[in-house]
Design a binder for this molecule. Structure first.
Ligand SMILES: Nc1nc2c(ncn2[C@@H]2O[C@H](COP(=O)(O)OP(=O)(O)OP(=O)(O)O)[C@@H](O)[C@H]2O)c(=O)[nH]1
Ligand SMILES: [Mg+2]
Length: 315
């Protein structure tokens, strides 16, 4: 009898060793926050393009292990907002930092002057206040772009900016040092039960990721300003009752007629290209055949209008 009782106790101790918490990924645009999120989760969740300001939302990516659950929060790159959408984007980064148990600021090792640009950023001033409230890690990403011998000096330079709790060099693309990063994060998480069921990978649904995959194609295909004036809304998402096929109707919103012309392209060629590439990605995500219909509509100056921005899914 007693033995059974003590075994129950041991189990209770085990559950109390479980760690769970939020980890915000923040940093300037293009440093590889979304790439790192995907690499840590081992699957593509957040969209990635060579263009800055690709991520516009706060997106949770959930990693569940034997005795931990880490809820990573991918965020839009930190910038000084020039229009309402960018203000909303920065508010998402702000909330992620507030919610987080651990804040990871990322930098790009391949960027000349990465240390200097962080030093003079508004972000660093904010983090300096934050560091007394919660652990702040410096994650130096893209170390595949520099020589091994240059890693230590870079760590030293970053360490002079702030007393970061940890400084971890990684390569999200090569998967270098990610196991160490995960282990280090877990050490700093509060004890507590899982926040999400263990098979959850995100707080977002398929519809959201489908709209993101379409936006990713737009960011990859079009140059300069046009992608920034676009947003994608899923109007219909319906699984066929008879076949394993999903019917999706999506609208690409732009701000002006001239942009509409560019997105559609000559004889519809550009839109067709986006549709084809996005469909392949969506099929990979959903795991079966997809019928994708794309439309382009003008929503005048939507990026400057908070009500429109909210209505278009930024909340
Ligand atoms: N060489 C190298 N490139 C990387 C690495 N991580 C990300 N990149 C590249 O950097 C670019 C930007 O990556 P993202 O993950 O979109 O960067 P981000 O910080 O999420 O950018 P925003 O969402 O715009 O703020 C892409 O072209 C990535 O392929 C890395 O470890 N090494
Ligand atoms: Mg991103």
């Amino acid at each position: 009898m007693e033995l059974i009782f003590s075994m129950t106790n041991t189990n209770a101790d085990k559950t109390s060793n479980y760690r769970c918490g939020y980890v915000a990924l923040v940093g300037e645009p293009n440093v590889g926050k979304s790439t790192l999120l995907n690499a840590l989760l081992g699957q593509k969740l957040s969209i990635v393009t060579p263009k800055p300001q690709t991520t516009r939302h706060k997106i949770a990516g959930i990693l569940t292990g034997e005795d931990f659950q880490i809820v990573f929060l991918d965020t839009p790159g930190l910038i000084r907002p020039r229009y309402a959408l960018q203000e909303v984007m920065m508010s998402f980064a702000g909330t992620a930092i507030e919610e987080a148990d651990v804040v990871m600021i990322l930098a790009d090792a391949g960027e000349r002057g990465a240390v200097g640009s962080l030093k003079h950023s508004a972000a660093l001033a904010g983090l300096s206040e934050l560091k007394d409230k919660k652990p702040v890690f410096m994650v130096i990403n893209k170390i595949d772009l520099i020589k091994k011998a240059d890693v230590l000096p870079l760590i030293k330079s970053f360490s002079e900016l702030l007393p970061f709790r940890e400084i971890i060099p990684v390569s999200a693309i090569k998967g270098e040092n990610l196991d160490d990063l995960k282990k280090t994060i877990v050490k700093y998480l509060p004890e507590g039960n899982a926040l999400y069921p263990e098979d959850y990978v995100s707080d977002r649904d398929e519809r959201f990721f489908v709209s993101e995959l379409i936006r990713e194609e737009i960011f990859k295909v079009f140059k300069e300003e046009v992608p920034y004036a676009t947003t994608v809304e899923i109007e219909e998402f319906r699984e066929s009752d008879t076949e394993r096929k999903t019917y999706i109707r999506a609208v690409v919103f732009v701000e002006k007629d001239s942009q509409k012309g560019i997105i559609i392209g000559k004889g519809g060629a550009a839109l067709k290209q986006i549709g084809q590439s996005a469909r392949r990605q969506i099929e990979e995500l959903i795991g079966h055949e997809v019928f994708l219909e794309l439309f382009v509509k003008v929503e005048k100056e939507w990026r400057d209008d908070k009500a429109k921005i909210k209505r278009l899914g930024y909340r």
